[in-house]
Design a protein around this ligand. Sequence first.
Ligand code: SF4
Length: 168
Amino acid sequence: MKIRLAGEMTTDSVVDGEGIRSVIWCQGCIHNCPGCHNPETHSFSAGFLKDVSEVLKEISELEFQDGITLSGGDPLCQIDACLEIAKFTQELGLNVWCYTGYKMEELLKRCEKENKLKDLLLNIDVLVDSPFILELKSYEVPFRGSKNQRLINAKESVKQNKIILYKD
Ligand code: SF4
């Protein structure tokens, strides 16, 4: 299986979630949020394809990282590949954060029919959800770009079929 990436994995990030993190930059996003920080990651034909097995190998060789962050682009546009990565990461004892432009309400509805999406969310510790809204841009909301975006406990939200915040 292959994943379309915008760039190689970066390590030692302290701005893409709590702790010291390695970031996987997924290529492709449908949301087109005005003011998006990474417009070059929107196209589904740009970037490059990489074997998921190679990504897993890189993750297994990481040192001194608290977790992996799936960013982009929108990782939830590549559910199969991100599911493999998130599962593998959790098995290693590392936590998983994921950024998405989808709202959790919509994702929970889709989970009723989409088993792989449900499985992926069950392997994500913190989901940073919702599109970036330029008018609500803020530097006061940690790890988010705009005030409408939330830090969601994805696993518990799926288990309880309602939105459970990780923290405000
Ligand atoms: S969801 Fe994220 S990557 Fe996609 S357009 Fe919005 S801000 Fe940009």
